[in-house]
Design a protein around this ligand. Structure first.
Ligand code: ZN
Length: 344
């Protein structure tokens, strides 16, 4: 198992460095397509730009789908201010405070990229005194300061930056302590890496999952419409997404979470129970949790009316949609549970 955790960690750190906020996931999808190819799978793109790779199963019937989302939080240029700063519109659900002071890259309409930093309009305590502490952080009070000669709206336009350009905040990945992984966007790139680790295990050993399994990398989950199709024959859909660690929750960074319910719906009881039994039988350190404000590709697909059985598992992640943290033990437990499911 250790070699697969090494592979998972390395792939995770690499993918965290590739920008891919919801709406512009082309670069990260290209990298994912290459990863499928390196494992001998020709992945098929959907019309919406997601990617589906498939492994045949040991037996026919009862097809399965496993999904993880590559899209992350981010922003879009909403307005160019007269002082050359940019107003942003958020992509995905986050608090501006979570990104205050963060560096970001603007992918300009003209093809160039520019670095900048997200700041409140009133950032300097020397200039604004207590107003810095007291002013709310909202879409109308946060701005992106460009690291370019941009003192006016005309300067910004001359750089080739336009309303509608995508803004990707730095992920800042790093390893710390005895196996902690800290970064933005562990949601859901940690699960994407786990998905590939499972495929790699089958490729390395020459074995097959119990059933034909489609691996779906979705690209609009953070916005709420990740899954747009079910490949033919799929009866079960397991989403890989983070367990939310915090007060009132059982999830733990070192464990795999089996989600019983989120804010959209309870997950299928029989499917969840089977996952719990598999975890017990295979020595997976797991938690069953109820997520407070949360949707996964599986619960969103259920809400969208797809006729499929659905469940959700993932590693516990602390401070979700902020500067997140998990642990390599959480990755290992999630991979163990995923493989136990796929083998069963
Ligand atoms: Zn997620």
């Amino acid at each position: 198992m250790d070699q697969y955790i090494g592979y998972t960690r390395d792939l995770l750190l690499e993918t965290l460095a590739i920008p891919g906020c919801g709406g512009d996931t082309r670069a990260i999808m290209e990298r994912m397509r290459a990863e499928f190819a390196s494992l001998g799978i020709e992945a098929i793109p959907t019309r919406k730009g997601a990617l589906v790779g498939t492994l045949p199963g040991r037996s026919e019937g009862g097809g399965r789908m496993v999904a993880a989302h590559v899209d992350t939080l981010g922003a879009m240029v909403k307005a160019i201010k007269p002082n050359g700063r940019l107003r942003l519109s958020p992509i995905g659900g986050f608090a501006w405070q979570a990104f205050e002071g963060e560096n970001a890259i603007v992918s300009a309409h003209g093809g160039k990229s520019y670095e900048g930093t997200l700041l409140p309009d009133k950032a300097s305590i020397h200039i604004f005194s207590d107003e810095v502490r007291e002013s709310p952080r909202t879409e109308d009070s946060m701005e992106l300061r460009l690291d370019a000669e941009a003192r006016s709206a005309a300067d910004v336009e001359a750089l080739g930056i336009r309303v509608g350009d995508f803004v990707n905040f730095e992920a800042k990945p790093r390893l710390a302590g005895d196996g902690y992984v800290k970064a933005r966007y562990l949601d859901d790139k940690a699960c994407v890496a786990i998905l590939f680790a499972a495929i790699k295990r089958y490729r390395d050993t020459g074995s097959l999952p119990a059933r034909r399994t489609h691996f779906y990398l979705s690209n609009y989950e953070e916005i709420g419409h990740g899954i747009s199709l079910l490949p033919e024959g799929v009866e079960e859909f397991l989403a890989l997404d983070i367990g939310t660690v915090g007060e009132g929750h059982t999830s733990d960074e070192r464990c795999a979470t089996i989600v019983a319910k989120d804010s959209r719906t309870p997950y299928d009881f029989g499917f969840r129970r089977r996952l719990v039994e598999l975890a017990e039988r295979n020595g997976v350190d797991y938690r069953v949790d109820v997520h407070y404000r949360y949707g996964s590709d599986a619960s969103l697909a259920a809400m969208a009316g797809f006729e499929v059985n659905f469940a959700c598992i993932g590693m516990g992640v602390d401070a979700t949609h902020h500067y997140e943290r998990t642990h390599l033990d959480g990755l290992a437990n999630t991979l163990k549970l995923l493989l136990a499911y796929l083998d069963s």
